[in-house]
Design a protein around this ligand. Structure first.
Ligand SMILES: Cc1ncc(COP(=O)(O)O)c(C=O)c1O
Length: 400
């Protein structure tokens, strides 16, 4: 059977292959510590679940508007705007079944085949996949390690722009960043905004982790001068409200783009599940005790995971103030242990300790010239006790 040729350009989240390997190891009776998946093993706040059941009881079980129900669009316009010092209306908001669909729909809306799109690499792998699937040219920009974490390599980014043949339509900017856990300085964010304005780029501001931070305040690139009218924000309920499986998110940006994305909704899924949207209104406007408790628990997990990893000789681990990822450099550790290939190191860690994690290659195609090895630990799916237990075992193994 011959399948469509364009499928050869479609990527995936190869991290799911790590899940398969972990599940296989667990099925043989082994204990697995799942640091590979960015899922949250905490319950969605009860008031949201109650609101969903109520909505079902009220019969909110049919089709609804493709762009989303008005109460949710209005609540999001207010909430997303207030937190960023911006004024949005419901017309700027188009509801989605999760944050992820915003990526493909944004690209279909702003990019013609052959156009370039800049995107972070290492980064969320769906950017690269969607750009290439829709016939664009994926222009990766990279990061450099700093004393405290990671920073965008602005020279490299400008070089990618200069070398790009033809039109560059957009830049994808993920602040706070998965998998690196890093955050732009004000100067870095301004530099991205300046580049976007100078080259007339539309920006996808992936702000999935905007409120997932343990100290300080998040800033949106949409709030910088000249950026409101060229920025689409990716918003998701997945992280803040521990609603990964509910599938609820939104694109927030210029009305023309929101309308185009709503038309894509009509063609793709018709609408996001009505009663899930009603629950989302409760999430935004109801008690905020649930999300605060989730964040406090994630901070305890961050502290537990970081304190264990920081003790490993040959592993360099920044301590992020946001997201729920740690992205240590393991080059020296691998050398010390005699591993040349990071995948082999990850497999050996799984088989010797049950600790399962992703490696750099799960976050976009590795770029020429990369010499160091990195891995990613997601600590959102394990209790503090399990984090200590798993990583104590990892430490014992690397020191044995
Ligand atoms: C950077 C980033 N963007 C978008 C998403 C998509 O989130 P959702 O689960 O809402 O589709 C994720 C999920 O992990 C992410 O890490």
């Amino acid at each position: 059977m011959a399948l469509a040729e364009r499928l050869s350009n479609l990527g995936t989240e190869t991290a799911f292959a790590v899940s398969l390997a972990a599940a296989d190891w667990a099925s043989k009776g082994n204990r697995v510590y799942p640091f590979h998946l960015g899922d949250i093993n905490l319950a969605t706040p009860a008031n949201i679940a109650v609101a969903m059941n109520q909505a079902i009881a009220e019969g909110k079980t049919g089709y609804c508007a493709a762009a989303g129900i008005t109460p949710l669009r209005e609540a999001l316009a207010h909430d997303v705007g207030t937190r960023r010092g911006l004024t949005y209306s419901a017309a700027n908001v188009v509801v989605q079944p999760g944050g992820k669909p915003v990526i493909g729909k944004f690209i279909q809306t702003v990019m013609n085949p052959g156009d370039g799109v800049l995107y972070p690499n290492p980064g969320y792998p769906i950017y690269e996949s969607m750009i290439e699937y829709y016939g664009g040219r994926s222009l990766a920009y990279r990061y450099v390690q700093t004393d405290t974490g990671f920073a965008i390599d602005l020279d490299h980014l400008r070089g990618q722009l200069a070398a790009a043949n033809g039109r560059v339509a957009a830049i994808i900017y993920n602040n706070l960043q998965n998998p690196l856990g890093c955050e732009s300085t004000p100067e870095e964010m301004q530099a991205i905004a300046d580049i976007a304005i100078e080259h007339d780029l539309i920006v996808l501001a992936d702000e999935a982790y905007f409120e997932m931070r343990y100290s300080g305040e998040s800033t949106s690139i949409a709030s910088l001068p000249g950026m409101f009218e060229r920025t689409v924000i990716l918003y998701t309920f997945s992280k803040k409200f521990a609603m990964t499986g509910w599938r609820l998110g939104a694109a927030v940006g210029p009305v023309a783009i929101a309308e185009s994305i709503a038309k894509l909704n009509t063609n793709d899924e018709s609408c996001t599940t009505h009663f899930v949207q009603a629950a989302g209104v409760e999430g935004i406007t109801g008690s905020q005790e649930g999300p605060l408790a989730i964040l406090a628990e994630l901070q305890r997990r961050r502290d537990a995971a970081w304190s264990e990893l920081a003790q490993i000789d040959g592993l360099v681990c920044p301590k992020p103030e946001s997201t729920f990822y740690l992205f240590p450099k393991v080059t020296d550790l691998m050398t010390r242990m005699g591993y040349e290939e990071v995948g082999a190191f990850a497999t050996a860690a799984l088989h010797n300790t049950g600790v399962s994690f992703c490696t750099r290659k799960h976050f976009g195609r590795p770029q020429p010239g990369e010499q160091d090895h990195y891995v990613r630990f997601a600590y959102s799916g394990l209790s503090v006790d399990d984090i200590h237990e798993g990583l104590t075992g990892l430490r014992a193994w690397v020191d044995s």
